[in-house]
Design a protein around this ligand. Sequence first.
Ligand SMILES: NC(=O)c1ccc[n+]([C@@H]2O[C@H](COP(=O)([O-])OP(=O)(O)OC[C@H]3O[C@@H](n4cnc5c(N)ncnc54)[C@H](O)[C@@H]3O)[C@@H](O)[C@H]2O)c1
Length: 337
Amino acid sequence: MLKIGIIGLGRIGKVHMTSICTRIPEAKIIIAADPFLNDEMIDFAKEFGIENLTKDYKEVLNNKEVDAVLICSSTDTHADISAEAIELGKHVFCEKPVDHSIAKINKVKEALEENPVKFQVGFNRRYDHNFAAIRKAVLDGKVGDVHVTKITSRDPNPPSAEYAAVSGGMLLDMTIHDFDMVRFLTGAEPVSIYVEPAVLVDKAIGEAGDIDTAIITIKMSDGSIAMIDNSRKAIYGYDQRAEVFGSGGMVASKNDSESTVVISDENGVVGEKPLYFFLERYMDSFTLEVKEFIDAVINDKEIKTGIDAGLKSIEMALAGNISIKEKRVVEISEVQK
Ligand SMILES: NC(=O)c1ccc[n+]([C@@H]2O[C@H](COP(=O)([O-])OP(=O)(O)OC[C@H]3O[C@@H](n4cnc5c(N)ncnc54)[C@H](O)[C@@H]3O)[C@@H](O)[C@H]2O)c1
């Protein structure tokens, strides 16, 4: 039985706690930490029989029984806690993004080179049934040589302007998943990026220095072109689709909805809206990613979404931010220097 410690008991910490306690019998959570530990978190953990709760994440890291930690705290803590955990020989599952700074991600990479524990980044969308099926079709040669990849990624509602101001901006906070998805679906690396940004949803987001809408084009190392279409507000719900087109055909996914029911009457033919947001749409993928991490630790398997996935997605986001600022195509190599 793999013994797990969870660091951070906010939204995503609770998601992973629920997965492990209800759907992953090979692992057991023996301790969890959050500096703002409150009654709600305590009650939530106790429902799963987890009594060992602390405000200090170091108690999780220094617990000799803990084999692996899940880092689910705020983004600015991920890299430091990861490096500390790795140096103590703990296997690490780290929520995305690892950090906003390439230098700090490289520090985690160095720690891994010295202490080769398992390290996985929480790019859960790779485990979504639709996107995994697109990747499989590409690997099976169903589209031939990839020519164009299109990602549509639109949230149902924008965050507050206050959140936007401290999140690092839309590309680092939201589009980061789409950057990883482009690499995942094509199996190629980004070469250059151009972002056409807009503030069309909420002026306050613009005043806070962020954007809420973008069309992003990316030139890939296999010569193909990728396009990401982002909005912070789609009035019909969480719009998460992808398409890969190539010399041999095309593979595309639709949104998931609560049911496939379609009501037809004199006004038209109407289906259900997409599932509301990430907790509804991606719950299975959150379980599958952690299940795969636990399996990799127990059976010494290779981690597919490791530190390089964390690094490359940040390089794309940082290059994208330069593109927004300087209104030009930016080579990814410019941020790698
Ligand atoms: N993969 C995904 O789709 C996905 C979805 C949501 C969030 N996330 C990521 O997960 C992280 C957390 O997001 P959230 O939505 O759960 O935020 P949240 O604010 O709900 O929870 C974060 C928790 O971390 C705690 N925390 C802060 N510093 C800590 C520390 N030093 N030790 C222990 N706990 C600490 C906070 O008190 C808070 O309870 C973010 O990095 C976010 O980007 C990923």
